[in-house]
Design a protein around this ligand. Structure first.
Ligand code: CA
Ligand code: CA
Length: 277
């Protein structure tokens, strides 16, 4: 979602003016739900991250609602709901690692991020648009390059990302990803930029359900949620496939926010598999 960051120096100055040297921080919140039925044909786990507020006091309208909404889609599995002060870069990585522990290639790990996204000039030469994208977590930004290397360290599984942030399409980067365009099943392969940026390999399968294109903004309303997440929620139908669900929700989106369905090494069975049950 659109980011209006308040410089840390300004926050400290404001704190000194009010005689408050340390700003109060909310307690970390990680709620683990476990229906205890992980004994089906595959194991399913979820991590839902929402940042209504970051350490510098920046608010992201509706991000907390989104995390709870997505967690509600995963009532069949163990879910870690990671909010605000618990959603530091280290905290989010830890929750994903714990959820991924022991997963096998056909198992499903669903991870959602709702909060602000941001950009910086590309530092590694792998961006066709010249900009890195990052998730604004509680204490710092989790940049796309680092996220991809982190993913490469996960056990091979089926990883489903829901990212409702500004610049969401760019939250992870890897050559060879495919963008699925609604309507004709046209698949555009990303440009090959050379061996130098061919770093990081992962044998798992990835689907990203992104709220907007990498150059664009996602929007949300405090107390209601992100436009993309809530539109997906409106289009929830039992038995719908992942790609059908994406396309049904995308058709309802306003013209200023175009969601993206991107994949890496994902099988047709994963892409067209049942999204909800
Ligand atoms: Ca980019
Ligand atoms: Ca990058």
């Amino acid at each position: 979602m659109k980011l209006f960051r308040i410089p840390i120096a300004a926050c400290l100055f404001a704190a000194l003016l009010t005689g408050c040297a340390t700003m109060p921080q909310p307690n970390p919140v990680v709620t683990i739900t476990d229906p205890g039925n992980e004994t089906g044909p595959i194991t399913r786990r979820g991590v839902c991250v929402g940042l209504l507020t970051t350490a510098d006091g920046t608010r992201c309208p509706g991000a907390d609602v989104d995390a709870r909404t997505v967690a509600g889609w995963m009532a069949d599995r163990r879910v870690a709901l990671v909010l605000d002060a618990a959603a530091t870069v280290a905290g989010v990585k830890t929750q994903i690692l714990m959820a991924a522990y022991g997963l096998m290639p056909d198992d499903l790990l669903s991870v959602s991020f709702s909060g602000h996204g941001t950009q910086r000039p590309d530092v590694s030469g792998d961006e066709t648009d010249g900009m890195d994208e990052g998730l604004v977590l509680f204490d710092d930004v989790w940049w796309d390059d680092d996220m991809w290397l982190f993913i490469c360290g996960l056990p091979p599984c089926r990883l489903e990302l829901f990212t409702d942030t500004c610049h969401a399409e760019g939250n992870w980067r890897r050559l060879g990803r495919a963008i699925h365009v609604a309507g004709p099943r046209y698949v555009q392969m990303e440009l090959d930029l050379g061996d130098e940026v061919r770093r990081g390999e992962w044998e798992g399968q990835l689907i990203q359900n992104a709220g907007c294109r990498e150059e664009s903004y996602s929007y949300g309303i405090e107390g209601y949620g992100g436009t993309w997440t809530q539109t997906l929620d409106d289009k929830r139908v039992a038995g719908i496939s992942r790609l059908e669900w994406f396309e049904a929700a995308k058709a309802e989106m306003p013209a200023n926010q175009e969601p993206v369905f991107a994949t890496y090494n994902a099988s047709e069975a994963f892409i067209n598999g049942e999204a909800l049950r």
